[in-house]
Design a protein around this ligand. Sequence first.
Ligand SMILES: Nc1ncnc2c1ncn2[C@@H]1O[C@H](COP(=O)(O)OP(=O)(O)OP(=O)(O)O)[C@@H](O)[C@H]1O
Ligand SMILES: [Mg+2]
Length: 250
Amino acid sequence: MKQAKNILEVRNIHKDFSGLQVLTGVDFTVAENEKHAVIGPNGAGKTTLFNIITGNYKPSSGKIIFKETDVTGKPPHILTRMNMSRSFQITNVFPEMSVFENVRAGVRSRQGLRYNFLKRPERVAGINQKTEDILEQVGLTDVMSEPVSALSYGRQRALEIGITLSTEPELILLDEPTAGMTREETAEAIRMINEVTTGRTLIIIEHDMDVVFSLADTISVLHYGTILASDKPDEIRNDQKVKDAYLGEE
Ligand SMILES: Nc1ncnc2c1ncn2[C@@H]1O[C@H](COP(=O)(O)OP(=O)(O)OP(=O)(O)O)[C@@H](O)[C@H]1O
Ligand SMILES: [Mg+2]
């Protein structure tokens, strides 16, 4: 069987914050079109790892290879242009603006770069169409004219994912997208995430093991700053080291 190409390689990443060693040699790879979950206890360094992959933090040492290019230390806007996209916290949306306008702002930033040779009316129509498509995918068509502040919490999180999609990502990183959701909202969010990430690569940080085991093709367990195991869900479930360190606690 042909081995899928790796879209991301995390090589021996170390990170310390003024003496506090948070990551002490993190290694794992993510194949194209894989759904990859990163799990581990609170404070394990999962969000820090995301911040390094997305260029928000520079690692103390180690390398990030994205699409066969060394992107270590490259700033977030360069990675966005290379089609990496991360969900941002809801504080990055404009609450008084409509749902439509929030997604359109992201689409416009991308299409402005790609289609600036087109005449204005075609361009505007294209941007509006793309925005409507995204809203449909994340299930927000019925509230697209509402201000974001009027949405329920679960639907605000869906909007975050919509904004993440607006830059046509190949690799999407979601940090606990179902945190704080009800069971029903979580089930709906998983279905939607599964759908919108088809044909793309997903890395998701998640505490809810139902979400992890129903979504992920591969799971990496981050524990005390290193990867304890990175494997298929069944292997992770039966891994004695993982059970002892993490899953056993549940
Ligand atoms: N900018 C920073 N400056 C100093 N310390 C930081 C910084 N960011 C994270 N840390 C520390 O790094 C450690 C790992 O934090 P991180 O947020 O990456 O963990 P996490 O695995 O995402 O946890 P959680 O599951 O609670 O979200 C913590 O001890 C945290 O206090
Ligand atoms: Mg975190």
